[in-house]
Design a protein around this ligand. Structure first.
Ligand SMILES: Cc1cc2nc3c(=O)[nH]c(=O)nc-3n(C[C@H](O)[C@H](O)[C@H](O)COP(=O)(O)OP(=O)(O)OC[C@H]3O[C@@H](n4cnc5c(N)ncnc54)[C@H](O)[C@@H]3O)c2cc1C
Length: 404
């Protein structure tokens, strides 16, 4: 029996639900993030209360927290509770410098999705150059106040401001010389917005494997973006990052030819209209798209939504408990508005004999499962910009190729 009772809508019940039904499938404790609540209602509230004014000047501020100007919308964007086109539209009318900077960041998210949709798991290899590191070590010395602050946010809140993500990634791979994929996995286990698409891009872009130039992290950035933090640091007088790190030895690698051109852009992008070959009796949803505005959910408001916690995948990933609490909270919220089935097992087996509708999802895991599940009705992914066949070798090359 794979069917689970649907989680109830409050933090404590959700927490207990995760402990009871997903035991052994996560790491750490099933405590939710104190900084974020899952669910469509929380997502809509976060977007409604976000004011883009001042974003450009403050988005990189790290500490104290009241100086931060980032939107903190990423966990909701990650799971398509907020669709990129609607977030784009929501800031219309704000100060033009802030709107333009914010939309630029949304385009980075879209770029990450395009890159991952085209290259899939190959994004775990250095895109432009490779950087070999030692393995099996922890690259974040907690005795440094700056590192400790960022790791605490990662592990407790499941969210870290972009600037501090760059500090952690650079410290791990550039200064300490540890394999970047291990750091990327550590981020992925904890971040509520953790996606292979944006996380691998963020690491590759920071440490230089994506661009050929690495970002160096030193005390200078801490003094600028977290003024006063060094005063509480035991290393105040002997700061190990007083100087810039040496450039890492990036080794030239053979770039994947698909960076320059996509041999099948239509396959990468998925259908651009609704496709059907039967009558669905349920809507299959995954963690990639859990929002009320998921195209398949919108098209079939009277059908039950079916979500499967993929037991084998979770057992392997060992995500931190707060990620699963966020997902279960999101499902509980969805279940308050429409009929919902939550299962635990293999999605391919559970859905094999059911006629389902689904939204095409541009990630390799979904594509593999969809071959077996074989949805009878497929809805297009809500791209901000539909993928084309031109270069994705860099953000600027990608933007140019979209305009052609
Ligand atoms: C090493 C590293 C790892 C990262 N891992 C992830 C990840 O797993 N998931 C993730 O969504 N983002 C990741 N990012 C990108 C970025 O740090 C986060 O999207 C951002 O910090 C989220 O906070 P926010 O919503 O307040 O962002 P804001 O600054 O308010 O930006 C608004 C939205 O734009 C998008 N965005 C902003 N910056 C980026 C960026 N550099 N790349 C892609 N999208 C961006 C996000 O969807 C974000 O919610 C990573 C960056 C780095 C340097």
């Amino acid at each position: 029996m794979t069917l689970l009772p649907a989680p109830e809508l409050d933090r404590e019940s959700v927490r207990r639900w995760v402990e009871t039904h997903l035991a052994g499938l996560y790491s750490g404790k099933a405590t939710g993030s104190p900084a974020f609540v899952g669910g469509q209602r929380a997502a809509d509230k976060a977007l409604a209360s976000f004011d883009v004014a001042g974003y450009a000047g403050k988005r990189n501020e790290v500490w104290p927290e009241h100086r931060q100007g980032a939107s903190r919308l990423s966990p909701y964007i990650r799971h398509n509770l907020l669709l990129l086109p609607e977030v784009w539209a929501a800031v219309e009318g704000g100060p033009s410098r802030d709107v333009s900077k914010f939309r630029d960041e949304l385009l980075w998210q879209e770029y990450a999705r395009h890159l991952y949709a085209r290259l899939g798991e190959a994004t775990r290899e250095g895109l432009r150059v490779s950087l070999v590191g030692t393995t099996g070590q922890d690259g974040w010395p907690r005795s440094m106040s700056c590192v400790d602050l960022a790791v605490r946010q990662l592990e407790e809140d499941g969210w870290v401001v972009n600037q501090a993500r760059m500090w952690l990634a650079s410290h791990w791979a550039v200064r300490e010389g540890i394999d970047w994929r291990e750091g990327e996995d550590r981020f992925f286990r904890h971040l509520l917005d953790g996606s292979r698409a944006a996380n691998t891009l963020g690491w590759q872009w920071t440490i230089g494997t994506g661009t050929g130039r690495s970002y160096g992290f030193s005390r200078h950035q801490v003094e600028r973006r977290a003024p006063g933090l060094c005063r509480s640091c035991p290393h105040q007088q002997d700061c190990p990052i007083a100087e810039w790190p040496n450039d890492p030895s990036l080794e030239r690698s053979e770039p994947d030819p698909r960076l320059k051109t996509d041999p099948d852009a239509a396959l990468t992008a998925g259908p651009d209209g609704f496709e059907t070959k039967g009558t669905p009796e349920a809507v299959w949803i995954t963690a990639e798209s859990l929002g009320d505005r998921d195209p398949a959910l919108v098209a079939h408001p009277d059908l039950p939504a079916v979500f499967v916690f993929d037991a084998a995948l979770l057992e392997r990933l060992q995500l931190d408990g707060k990620r699963l609490v966020f997902l279960a909270e999101t499902l509980a919220d969805l279940g308050a508005r429409r009929s919902l089935e939550v299962h635990l097992g293999r999605p391919e087996e559970i859905l094999a004999n059911r006629s389902v509708a689904a939204t095409f999802t541009p990630v390799p895991g979904w594509r593999r499962k969809a071959v077996v599940v074989d949805p009878v009705t497929l809805h297009p992914w809500p791209w901000l910009r539909r993928p084309v066949s031109g270069s994705v070798a860099s953000f600027s090359a990608w933007r140019k190729s979209l305009d052609r």
